[in-house]
Design a protein around this ligand. Sequence first.
Ligand SMILES: Cc1cc2nc3c(=O)[nH]c(=O)nc-3n(C[C@H](O)[C@H](O)[C@H](O)COP(=O)(O)OP(=O)(O)OC[C@H]3O[C@@H](n4cnc5c(N)ncnc54)[C@H](O)[C@@H]3O)c2cc1C
Length: 400
Amino acid sequence: MANDSYDFLIVGAGVIGVAVARELRRKHGAGVLVLEKESTAGEHASGRNSGVLHAGVYYKAGTLKAKLCVEGNRRLRAYCREKAIPLNDHGKVIVARIAAELPALRELHARAQANGVRVSLLDEQALREVEPCAKTLDQALYVRDTAVVNPQRVMEAMVADALREGVRFRFGCAWQGPAGEDAGQTSEGPVRYRHLVNCGGLYADRIAHAYGVGLQYRILPFRGQFYRLRPTSKLQVRGNIYPVPDLCNPFLGVHFTRRPEGEVTIGPSALPLLGREQYRGMTGATIKDSLTMLAYLMRLFGRNRDHFRSIAWTEMRKLTRTGFFREAEALGVGFEKADLLPGKEPGIRAQLIDTSTAELLSDFVIEAGPRSTHVLNAVSPAFTCSLPFAEHVVGMIQPD
Ligand SMILES: Cc1cc2nc3c(=O)[nH]c(=O)nc-3n(C[C@H](O)[C@H](O)[C@H](O)COP(=O)(O)OP(=O)(O)OC[C@H]3O[C@@H](n4cnc5c(N)ncnc54)[C@H](O)[C@@H]3O)c2cc1C
């Protein structure tokens, strides 16, 4: 039984929890303990994402995402180089499938320029020089600084650094609730702290609610399924081929990504789920959670803010192999349905909704509570942003 005391207790060893722990140790030189209910770090979104280091194209200037993404991309690429973690550094192209997407493509160009990202508009011939098999209508956007990494390699390196720097980890140990003003109950007994940082991903809302924080928010899980491109496909991919997204939708759409190991992934989808860790079928979905999620989904469907109905229908179509293929086929030449092979493990996005407005929140949300700070909406590209994101979180903390 642990009955011990730390300056800072972090819940969750995803990329955000580990980066925040390192930053707290660096800034305050204090005793930092990270609690993780799983047996290793990064078992959820942080180890199961697409591994794309986004450059900062999509986000409106002035948002937290825009501020942290450009800096996060630069620093995480440098970190990977320093640690000899392989990167696919071929950049990405965003292509238009239909003429109606061209205004959004130009809007992305303007947003990227406002954020200081290196981008250029390419005509079809110039596109062929960058991504010979990508297909576009009239123009495509080329983003030089997008890179791809194996996210598990990054997690391993960050945990190793944190341990070396004196951060303590307790794996297989779940935070269960507050135990008085300055302690938390865990599956291994109480732990006292001066300040708690909630980096609980899919459970961040529940943890925050226990402190009376963010009561209007709820996490909705969305599963991202991947396929793998048959290595002998006529479609060749050097970096990343993305569609022009629906700018009202928080997800970027199915895309082709060449991982540093050489494999090309296709995905992810974004299927709303009833269970927080529902990686397959109905496993990971409790009846109580399912009923609550169902009620929220029906409300989102009814209110239809940000075209929720159309997002849901589009995602349902991707449940079948044919639907998934249709979504991706217009991005490149030579792609056939037989090229879709079973892909890597799915990942689940912890997407925050504001229950008072039935709105999916797109920017990062971090809120302060009694002796605690709560990271409530660490949605994509929080992996890319993790290093400056952690500095931002730690900058908000006033240790009692
Ligand atoms: C399919 C998919 C693709 C994505 N693609 C990209 C991308 O290409 N680029 C990018 O930048 N971002 C991407 N993202 C987003 C990125 O992965 C997340 O923003 C980031 O990983 C969030 O990190 P986190 O630490 O907040 O959450 P997590 O990684 O989920 O970590 C939270 C941790 O808290 C633990 N935990 C929860 N409750 C408790 C408890 N009670 N006690 C102890 N531990 C607890 C969990 O076990 C978990 O390990 C993607 C996400 C998904 C799902």
